[in-house]
Design a protein around this ligand. Structure first.
Ligand SMILES: [Fe+2]
Length: 231
């Protein structure tokens, strides 16, 4: 964890020292458990992010990978319900890692699709307004923020995500990484997530993942990121 390169608050630093997120189960209230997770529609066509992310990647990523997380989450939640009815709490507790993985995968990808947009529409460029001010305040400049994000992404070993987050108490923003599908939880509000799993780039960029990390800035939907920041 390259925490030395990050400009963070004490709360964010604490989260970095203990990157294992709370189980996603903590995010799901009773009403969620009783309803099924579903694959959200993309707000653009699969090919709309080309040439930066190919249509084939987007189709597989959304319709296959994300769908698998949705299915896995629903199966794990159903197993918990069935185990509870039978009083088999050992079996119910054993679902926690699956709920964290598939639930995190569902949450992370749902946020990811929304924080992307075609370059011909709202994708790319730089944020404006209060988000731009916060980036300048907490990172020094947008360029520094972008470089630190790409360094954090490159430092992820195996699969994971880099997130721009906001400390809910102080309001300051910073970068964190998460392994696998661990979601951002607790006192940190996820603003912008970048998927560093191989399934997000390999078909197009093969082993040149640094090129993917550079390209994706052309399709970041800053309007969505700003709306999460201003909540
Ligand atoms: Fe992904």
């Amino acid at each position: 964890m390259a925490s030395t390169l990050l400009r963070t608050t004490p709360a964010i630093r604490a989260a970095l020292r203990t990157p294992a997120a709370k189980p996603a189960a903590a995010l799901f209230g009773t009403s969620f458990v009783r309803s099924k997770a579903t694959l959200p529609d993309l707000p653009y066509d699969y090919s709309a992010l080309e040439p930066y992310i190919s249509g084939k990647i987007m189709e597989l990523h959304h319709s296959k990978h994300h769908q698998t997380y949705v299915n896995g989450l629903n199966t794990a939640l159903e197993t918990v319900e069935e185990a509870k009815e039978k009083g088999d709490f050992t079996k119910a507790a054993a679902q926690a890692p699956l709920i964290n993985f598939h639930g995190g995968g569902h949450l992370n990808h749902s946020l990811f699709w929304e924080n992307l947009a075609p370059a011909s529409k709202e994708g790319g460029g730089e944020p404006s307004g209060s988000l731009a001010d916060a980036i300048k305040r907490d990172f020094g400049s947008f360029d520094t923020f972008r470089k630190q994000t790409n360094t954090a992404l490159a430092g992820i070993q195996g699969s994971g995500w880099a997130w721009l987050v906001q400390d809910k108490t102080s309001g300051t923003i910073g970068l964190v990484t998460r392994a696998n599908q661990d979601p951002v939880t607790g006192n940190l509000q996820p603003l912008l997530g970048i998927d560093a799993w191989e399934h997000a780039y390999y078909l197009q960029y093969e082993n040149r993942k640094a090129e993917y990390f550079e390209a994706i800035w052309n399709v970041i939907n800053w309007k969505t990121v700003a709306s999460r920041f201003e909540k």
